[in-house]
Design a protein around this ligand. Structure first.
Ligand SMILES: O=P(O)(O)OC[C@H]1O[C@H](OP(=O)(O)OP(=O)(O)O)[C@H](O)[C@@H]1O
Ligand SMILES: O=c1cc[nH]c(=O)[nH]1
Ligand SMILES: [Mg+2]
Length: 211
């Protein structure tokens, strides 16, 4: 597994406002959308392309277009949904699958409540979206499912990661073709499994408390 922390002043600026507890839901959603496009620039560095012949008004030349099979983008509901539009804006040919997952707030165990994506992902590049990599339970389970279906290149785009979650991912996904792209690896997890300093509960800050 590879991890890439995007070090850029615009990313740091937007992330700071996202972390601020005074930031309201509409602003939080807009910033998550903007941040994912900046992270996507790095996350799609190895997106597969093929050569095409075109004619400009001046001459014939060659360029590239995104290849087939199309990349698959998989937001992890709920909070990952806030990253979907920003990602598909940059990857217009992408297909979209969905994974609904929730972490039990006491045991911190992740469980899956909805899956809607192709059974066969052989030869597909997959981009998984979730703002938070905390204990890593959610992303490890999601990526294991993608690899079981044949995905041969998985990139997780996360806004924030905890060192503990990164370590678990490295251990559980060792030897797999997985890259994590994030805006920050924060200090630690607290006793409730929240990232510190973090930004709180991403799903609640985007959409309001679920219950
Ligand atoms: O790394 P982990 O310890 O597994 O935690 C991270 C998960 O927790 C949050 O989702 P949550 O379960 O709160 O669901 P939600 O998006 O519906 O709020 C977050 O969006 C991740 O999916
Ligand atoms: O800090 C955290 C950890 C898990 N899920 C969140 O939304 N925030
Ligand atoms: Mg939540």
């Amino acid at each position: 597994m590879r991890i890439h922390v995007v070090d850029h002043p615009l990313v740091a600026h937007k992330l700071t406002t996202l972390r601020d507890k005074r930031t309201d839901s509409p602003t939080f959603r807009r910033l998550a959308d903007e941040l994912v496009t900046l992270l996507a620039y790095e996350a799609t560095r190895d997106v597969r392309t093929e050569q095409v012949d075109i004619e400009t008004p001046v001459t014939a030349t060659t360029g590239v277009k995104l290849s087939y099979p199309r990349p698959l983008v998989v937001p992890i509901l709920r909070a990952g949904l806030g990253m979907l539009d920003g990602m598909v804006r940059l990857l217009p040919t992408a297909e979209v699958g969905f994974l609904g997952m929730v972490r039990n707030e006491e045991t911190l165990q992740a469980s899956t409540y909805a899956t809607r994506m192709p059974d066969d992902l052989s030869g597909r590049q997959v981009y998984v979206l979730d703002p938070m990599l905390a204990t890593g339970g959610t992303l490890v389970a999601a990526i294991q499912e993608l690899i079981k279906r044949g995905a041969d290149d998985v990139t997780a785009v996360v806004l924030l990661a905890a060192p503990e979650g990164v370590e678990i991912m490295e251990r559980e996904l060792a030897g797999t073709p997985v890259t994590v792209v994030t805006a920050s690896v924060d200090e630690r997890l607290n006793e409730n499994g929240y990232i510190v300093p973090g930004l709180g509960d991403a799903g609640d800050r985007m959409y309001g408390a679920a219950e």
